[in-house]
Design a protein around this ligand. Structure first.
Ligand code: DC
Length: 221
């Protein structure tokens, strides 16, 4: 396994944009682990599996009817031979993903698939909720991004053309669900660089994180 950089944090905190940029700078792949939960929730809906049926969900997690692929721009999801990446990006699918992610059985079915992403190159940037705590606890550099909920809702509203006020409420609900679940709750890893990006522009975030990552990686490899 190569070196790993993890980027965790709440919904729409800028994890994917930062991960994509780090991956370009370091010339290593990146993966959104949220895509696994979104892909599974999407596949369950297509297959008419209840989002509460943890046994069927954890079986479906291992089925080859759907898969996740890393590309430089995005983490792609395929279902039944079709690229459903845009469909799973919808906020509604994010909420369904949060529901299925609650089950320990589902999480453990997806764990190896997520870890396998680190075996494909000399390094990996992995983003999600528990990347630094559970998926890659040994990661060389860990980052935890936060931002005010208004700021995050504004970002997502612009990206998806949605109503900002409704998004604040939905995201707060999702963050609450993700941070209070018993298994692998969203939390800042102990040794993470915690960065509140509310008052920072994208370049400032990238510069600070890149500096931190380089120090950590030089120490480790
Ligand atoms: O990062 P995202 O919005 O694509 O994540 C969608 C949901 O998936 C998120 O609300 C909770 C779940 N998730 C998780 O439980 N653990 C991860 N490492 C990533 C996502």
């Amino acid at each position: 396994m190569g070196y790993v950089i993890t980027v965790d944090g709440p919904a729409a905190s800028g994890k994917s944009s930062l991960s994509r940029e780090l991956s370009k700078k370091l010339n290593i792949p990146w993966v959104s682990t949220g895509a696994f939960y979104r892909g599974l929730a999407f596949a369950a809906i297509q297959r008419k599996i209840a989002l509460t049926d943890k046994v069927a969900l954890s079986e479906l997690a291992l089925s080859s009817i759907w898969k996740v692929e890393m590309t430089p721009e995005k983490t792609q999801v395929w279902f039944d031979g079709q690229d459903v990446t845009e469909k799973i990006a919808q906020e509604e699918v994010g909420n369904f993903a949060s529901q299925v992610s609650h089950y320990p059985e589902v999480r453990s079915s997806l764990l190896d698939l997520q870890r396998n992403c680190a075996f494909k190159a000399e390094g990996l940037v992995a983003e999600g909720r528990d990347c630094g705590t559970v998926v890659f606890p040994q990661a060389e550099a860990k980052i935890y991004l936060t931002a005010s909920s208004e700021n995050r809702a504004q970002r997502r509203a612009q990206e998806l053309g949605l109503d900002e006020k409704k998004l604040v409420v939905q995201q707060q609900k999702r963050d609450h669900q993700d941070s209070t679940r018993k298994t692998a709750p969203m939390q800042a890893p102990k040794d993470a660089l915690v960065l509140d990006t509310t008052e920072l522009n994208f370049n400032e975030v990238v510069t600070q994180v890149h500096k931190f990552v380089q120090q950590k990686i030089h120490k480790a490899i």
